[in-house]
Design a protein around this ligand. Structure first.
Ligand SMILES: NC(=O)c1ccc[n+]([C@@H]2O[C@H](COP(=O)([O-])OP(=O)(O)OC[C@H]3O[C@@H](n4cnc5c(N)ncnc54)[C@H](OP(=O)(O)O)[C@@H]3O)[C@@H](O)[C@H]2O)c1
Length: 333
């Protein structure tokens, strides 16, 4: 394919003030220059943007000083020109780039993806990438035992859906929390859950206590207060909380309040936060497990795909609100 590489192009920026909630109107397209690749760099035509909750960390408060943040997230694209020894022209690469059609990236900072005919390259964002490995690392730290009950919030998200399948294989009783009847149905039919509770219905705390039966041994928390707080009522004495993410709190910088905070002390709970990148020793086993299940066709995952750069802001905010299913992606045709 021959390309007309532009010298100027539009890229997404965010200007958000700390106290407000992140909205589509905080995003805007700005025209900027595209540099030529230097020694060691590659010119990449973006094909996919990964719409990840963690990008909100940089978005929230980005406009407090009056400036804006040029949105940078994980991208997959084609190396169109290369001055980096490790990146052949024409290869598919994964790296961190701006939300725009073209990026110049350092060769040392990108992964050249294997051209596997069995699955699309986007699995390297999700089930074979950060989401799958986060689930693997978090579940390894959770050390869930056969017969234990585990509760996983955002049960059908890219991380939660893999957690459910790992927990099932390890012989646990797997409970989930998700938004809406359809996601709860899929949690049970596709992702290995024994039961899934809809957080949009009232009385979550009482429903959790009832569903937990003898109590929750492990809580795998992806969301924050809306699930952690009621789950503290249903967790056993000496229970473990693996704090993976706080997705409910990524639209503002507000403090997070827990009415059941005292139960952490009264029930002698352990709460452990983690970053998947800090546990590289666990990655080979995780990658092997995920690849094997994917190759066998026994690992379920879903993607929600939006199309075209102008849709990026709307698609991102929709993801934060829990619209769509699984890994959220934007395709640039
Ligand atoms: N620790 C690490 O190393 C690491 C690495 C990657 C990701 N993470 C974190 O892991 C979590 C899951 O990541 P993911 O990529 O799989 O994202 P995700 O599940 O798609 O996260 C968004 C989901 O959070 C739920 N949610 C958002 N606001 C909520 C609210 N107010 N109440 C209840 N649920 C709410 C929604 O699920 P429903 O539609 O079901 O309500 C929404 O779909 C995120 O918090 C992410 O930041 C951590």
């Amino acid at each position: 394919v021959s390309y007309d590489v532009p010298s100027r192009l539009e890229g997404w920026h965010v200007r958000h003030r700390g106290a407000a909630s992140l909205e589509v109107s905080d995003f805007f397209l700005r025209e900027e220059n595209l540099a030529q690749p230097d020694e060691g760099e590659v010119l990449v035509r973006t094909r996919w943007l990964s719409l990840d909750p963690y990008l909100s960390f940089a978005m929230i408060g980005s406009g407090d000083s009056g400036a804006s943040w040029p949105v940078q997230g994980r991208i997959i694209g084609e190396a169109v020109q290369s001055r980096a020894k490790n990146v052949p022209v024409g290869s598919t690469v994964l790296g961190t780039g701006q939300w725009r059609e073209w990026n110049v990236l350092r060769g040392a900072d990108v992964d050249v993806l294997p051209g596997d005919p069995h699955w699309p390259s986007t699995v390297h964002f999700g089930v074979l990438g950060a989401s799958g490995l986060t689930a693997w690392v978090g579940m390894t730290l959770a050390a869930v035992q056969p017969g234990e009950t585990i509760l996983i919030s955002a049960a059908t998200g890219p991380v939660g859906s893999v957690c459910g399948q790992i927990a099932r294989e390890r012989g646990a009783r797997v409970l989930g929390i998700a938004g809406g009847e359809e996601k709860c149905r899929l949690a049970v039919s596709r992702y290995g859950y024994d039961d899934c509770l809809d957080h949009r219905l009232p009385g979550l705390s009482d429903r959790l206590v009832a569903a937990a039966q003898t109590g929750i041994d492990v809580l795998f928390e992806n969301v924050g207060a809306p699930s952690l707080d009621p789950a503290l009522s249903a967790i056993v004495e000496g229970g473990r909380v693996i704090l993976c993410g706080l997705a409910a709190h990524y639209r503002t910088g507000d403090p997070i309040a827990l009415t059941n905070f005292r139960l952490i002390l009264r029930k002698h709970l352990t709460m452990r936060g983690f970053a998947w990148t800090e546990h590289r020793d666990m990655h080979p086993a995780g990658r092997a497990w995920l690849t094997e299940r994917l190759a066998e066709g026994t690992l379920a995952y879903d993607e929600t795909v939006s199309t075209g750069l102008p849709q990026a802001a709307e698609a991102y905010v929709a993801m934060l609100f829990g619209k769509g299913l699984g890994k959220h992606l934007l395709q640039l045709p």
